[in-house]
Design a protein around this ligand. Structure first.
Ligand code: GN1
Ligand code: MG
Length: 384
């Protein structure tokens, strides 16, 4: 367990006071969550007998360079969800002396960006224990998309441009490999495993455009997408066990809903964890796949285009390949983006994603995944 230093807790206490949280005394500061990108602290304030809980987050400005634009996106999206009777995170205003503009981000003198929001007491699943959890995730993604179906996606600033533009991710990856060789570091050539993985990517280079091309042709409509829809980003009601809302909205941007579907499935239906070292433990669970697709299709009831349904299996493959490329690129670049605990971790992470893509590839070829999707579609049509 990480313990906060005195200096860190002083900084956090000072930062809390920059938000509109009233006069309560800071009672507890706890390190919270396990995100790879932002640092989160749970803050408990006491005002007499009243106790209120918040999450304070330092925004990773290496990843999100324009924290103010990011928070404008999030404030607009969460407001729209609430206006449509949905539940969502509620951000706290930042107190700005002599400035009437509403802002939800505090930028410290050192340039660090912070935000704060009300803590919702809910269950958060770190992994899938029962197929129902995958159903729940499918439902949460559909609910999120539906609540924002009347929101103008084009009004959102692309906080990370081309986030799920796989062909662009591939060219960025190639650039890293080339630069690495030119600079003489040759991290990408040093060990057999890196070379093997680079070859694995190159062998598949012609297939990375499936989603991007269908998006361009209009077959995949532009919707507001979450872009990081893992199970741990869904808050679940402790009593009823139904999803309350999605959290971690940083990457909320315009895109195809298949980004969310593919990303969710590549994370929940993998029988091994993302940080598993033993790639032989990787498999793609069709039971989890089926359950997720049921929750998702039921939630979207009739709103999806034919291409959105047809490409569900391919979206898993694309998102696994894309994340694998991102991990491998970061390994070659010297681990600047994803937090790591030891050298070589991003290479191992890439291997897990590539192994998953290989398994999914086979199941797509066999027609197994499409078979499941259309079986559910026809069951739903019969029930109507
Ligand atoms: C990052 O920080 P976290 O775990 O929420 C990443 C996602 C990846 C994920 C893989 C902004 O999300 O795209 O799928 O790691 N988020 C960003 O674990 O790059
Ligand atoms: Mg995230």
């Amino acid at each position: 367990m990480t313990i906060l230093s005195h200096k860190e807790s002083q900084e956090i206490a000072r930062t809390v006071r920059m938000f509109d949280v009233g006069e309560g005394l800071i009672d507890l500061i706890e390190i919270f969550g396990e995100g790879r990108i932002n640092h989160t602290y749970k803050i408990t304030l006491r005002d007499g007998l009243r106790r209120s809980e918040y999450l304070l987050q330092s925004i990773n400005t290496f990843v999100f360079q324009d924290a103010s634009a990011l928070m404008e996106n999030l404030a607009a999206v969460t407001k729209h969800i609430k206006q449509n009777n949905g539940r969502s995170i509620e951000y706290i205003r930042c107190k700005q002396e002599g400035n009437d503009d509403v802002s939800y981000v505090y930028i410290g003198e050192d340039g660090k960006a912070w935000r704060m929001y009300h803590y919702i007491d809910a269950d958060v699943y770190q992994c899938i224990v029962h197929p129902y959890h995958a159903y729940m995730l499918g439902q949460a993604i559909a609910d999120f998309s539906k609540a924002l179906s009347t929101f103008d996606a084009s009004s959102l600033v692309e906080t990370i441009p081309d986030f799920h533009n796989t062909p662009k991710r591939f060219s960025d990856f190639l650039l890293s490999v080339t630069e690495d060789v030119i600079s003489g570091d040759c991290r990408s050539k040093k060990d057999e495993e890196t070379v093997r993985q680079i070859k694995f990517v190159l062998e598949r280079k012609d297939k990375f455009g499936i989603l991007a091309e269908n998006q361009k042709s209009g077959a995949l409509p532009i919707r507001v997408t979450h872009n990081d829809p893992k199970i741990s980003n869904v808050l679940v009601d402790k009593k009823t066990n139904v999803p309350i809302c999605m959290i971690d909205l940083d990457t909320c941007m315009p895109g195809t809903i298949l980004y969310d579907v593919g990303d969710a499935l590549r994370s929940v239906a993998n029988t091994a964890s993302e940080d598993e070292k033993d790639a032989s433990l990787v498999d793609f669970s069709t039971v989890i796949f089926e359950s997720f697709v049921r929750g998702f299709l039921k939630g979207m009831s009739g709103l999806l285009t034919d291409a959105e349904i047809e490409l569900i299996p391919y979206s898993v493959w694309i998102l696994a390949m894309e994340l694998g490329m991102r991990f491998l690129k970061d390994h070659i670049d010297g681990n600047k983006y994803f937090k790591t605990q030891y050298d070589g971790q991003n290479l191992e992470r890439a291997r897990i994603q590539f192994k998953l893509a290989e398994v999914v590839e086979q199941k797509i070829e066999d027609g197994e995944l499409s078979g499941i999707v259309y079986m559910i579609v026809s069951e739903m049509q019969k029930r109507e």
